[in-house]
Design a protein around this ligand. Structure first.
Ligand SMILES: Nc1ncnc2c1ncn2[C@@H]1O[C@H](COP(=O)(O)OP(=O)(O)OP(=O)(O)O)[C@@H](O)[C@H]1O
Length: 501
């Protein structure tokens, strides 16, 4: 397939699916395990192969591009710049071949040569680029703008990596795609527990999740302009489906009206990342997926890693006999061989790393969070109702905060709280320590629906609760005074211990 308008640096020689793939010298191909090593070494990668590596959270691993061209999930590596990784599973992909200098200990590292997925992903980028050109050429026809893409599939099949690659390639073409993250288990410029829409405006980063860190403390190198953040303090949308749907509706309205004011962003379209199994359960009749598709007027669905999902969604959305032009394009996309499901402890460490980065930044760009001490009487804190707090709610004991269990192993329990109530007003308690509180764009006296629906101004980290003196110490990403804002504390994510001394 030809790739319309494709002129990515390092890709000029590439114009379609590979006829064959080369086996890289020295390592023997896809499953060859090169073994961890802390010695500085060089790896020569053949065209269309990738260097897959997994680094623990305690580990430190650096990669430098010595020659050729290479990218990580679409973001191009600059020559001779040292990139550092920890707590990462990823791959450096090369279209034309490259030499890498590598140092540090990986839990696993090897060359993957079964990379047909990358060619397919790039072809998808080509299709999206064609749709963007159509939108530019005929903005008045239909007026719906560029492609509105929904990525769905089970856990760990490469959904986020695909979203990141499509965004990075779009940005490289001069586009400003809007990324929407509907997975509250991972943040996008924010800690987890947030649903975020953000328009990518400049070159994406190689380290971290590609989107940079929150643009809250003055100028940063973040690739993102103006994120719109909502609070969803639950691990899965199935815990509070109606709240999740409500946020999706609000977000879609806000994003759509923002795109209407920006012709470039409108033609660039949007790409939505989603949680895995929670959304794809056929027993729910794909209720949540259907809601997202209708609210965001999705035009392209990319399914990864599930034939059944592809078949079900094709049947349901891929054809519309009464109005064929309204049919959604449903594509089945290859799962990268290197994509892996991350275990519970890796995901927990990853959440804590995201929270830490929100306040302190990364090694490349540090941030200076601000400490604030506020008396209980000057705060109005609501606790988002959750099954994790259910036992107290049953007792009607709303004023004592959450469960006492604030240690490192604290895990909210799964399940549904069907009470229909949204929040409880609480007096701060030690149980909040290490937790996150969302500062809402609404007054503390707002009604509960307004509090639920308001976007997030910032997240605060609860550093200390002095119950005797009735004072709370917060870490805030910027020095701005809180003012009269509703603050919401949720059970998700679990507390992050030791962020401050
Ligand atoms: N080609 C690859 N080589 C090595 N690692 C990869 C590759 N593609 C993806 N990964 C890694 O595999 C893991 C799962 O990928 P990703 O997060 O994209 O999947 P997902 O479907 O979004 O997962 P989840 O549903 O858990 O959010 C991530 O750590 C990602 O960096």
């Amino acid at each position: 397939m030809a790739l319309p308008g494709l002129s990515l640096p390092g890709l000029s020689a590439f114009s379609g699916p590979a006829q064959s793939t080369s086996t890289p010298a020295g390592t023997g191909g896809d499953s060859a395990f090169a073994g961890p090593s802390s010695i500085t070494r060089t790896e020569s990668l053949e065209p269309r192969t990738e260097w897959r590596f997994e680094v623990s959270f305690a580990g430190s691993y650096t990669i430098r591009l010595l020659s050729g061209t290479a990218e990580i999930f679409g973001s191009e590596l600059a020559p001779n710049l040292l990139y550092s990784f920890s707590g990462v599973k990823a791959a450096v992909f090369t279209w034309q071949g490259c030499r890498l200098e590598i140092e540090g200990e990986a839990e696993s590292e090897y060359v993957g040569s079964e990379t047909e997925y990358a060619i397919e992903w790039l072809n998808v980028h080509g299709i999206l680029e064609g749709m963007r050109e159509d939108a530019e050429a005929a903005p008045q026809q239909g007026g719906s703008g560029g492609p509105r893409v929904l990525v769905v599939g089970p856990e760990g099949v490469g959904k986020s990596s695909l979203v990141r690659s499509l965004t990075a390639w779009g940005v490289k073409m001069g586009r400003t795609p809007t990324v929407v993250n509907l997975d509250s288990r991972e943040g996008l410029l924010t800690p987890p527990a947030s649903l975020v829409a953000a328009t990518a405006g400049s070159q994406m980063e190689v380290e971290g999740n590609g989107y940079g860190i929150a643009p809250v403390s003055g100028p940063t190198v973040s690739a993102i302009k103006t994120p719109l953040v909502y609070h969803f303090p639950y691990e899965s949308p199935t815990e509070k489906p109606e709240i999740f749907k409500g946020i999706v509706t609000r977000m879609a309205t806000a994003v759509t009206s923002k795109l209407e004011e920006d012709a470039e962003a409108k033609a660039s379209g949007l790409v939505i990342d989603t949680p895995g199994a929670a959304l794809n359960d056929p027993r729910s009749n794909y209720d949540l997926i259907t809601h997202i598709i209708s609210e965001f007027s999705i035009t392209v669905i990319l399914t990864i890693g599930s034939e059944r999902l592809y078949s079900d969604l094709t049947r349901r959305f891929g054809s519309n006999p009464s109005s064929p032009s309204d049919a959604v394009i449903v594509l089945r996309i290859a799962k990268p061989g290197g994509a892996v499901e991350r275990d519970v402890s890796f995901l927990k460490s990853s959440r804590q790393q995201e929270t830490r980065q929100y306040f302190f930044g990364s090694a490349r760009e540090t941030l200076n969070p601000h400490s604030q001490v506020i008396g209980f009487n000057d705060l109005t804190i609501y606790r988002a109702r959750s099954s994790a707090f259910a036992s107290e709610e049953d007792e009607g004991d709303n004023d004592k905060g959450a469960a006492d269990d604030d240690d490192d192993d604290y895990e909210p329990t799964a399940g549904n709280d069907n009470s229909g109530l949204l929040f409880d007003k609480v007096t701060p308690s030690a149980a909040m320590m290490g937790g996150l509180v969302a500062v809402k764009f609404c007054a503390s006296s707002s009604d509960l629906e307004t509090i639920r629906d308001s976007a997030v101004m910032a997240f605060l980290y609860v550093a200390d609760v002095d119950e005797a003196r009735k004072r709370l110490r917060f870490l805030a990403p910027h020095p701005q005074r809180l003012g009269d804002r509703a603050l919401v504390w949720g059970a998700w994510p679990e507390p992050t211990a030791g962020l401050v001394g």
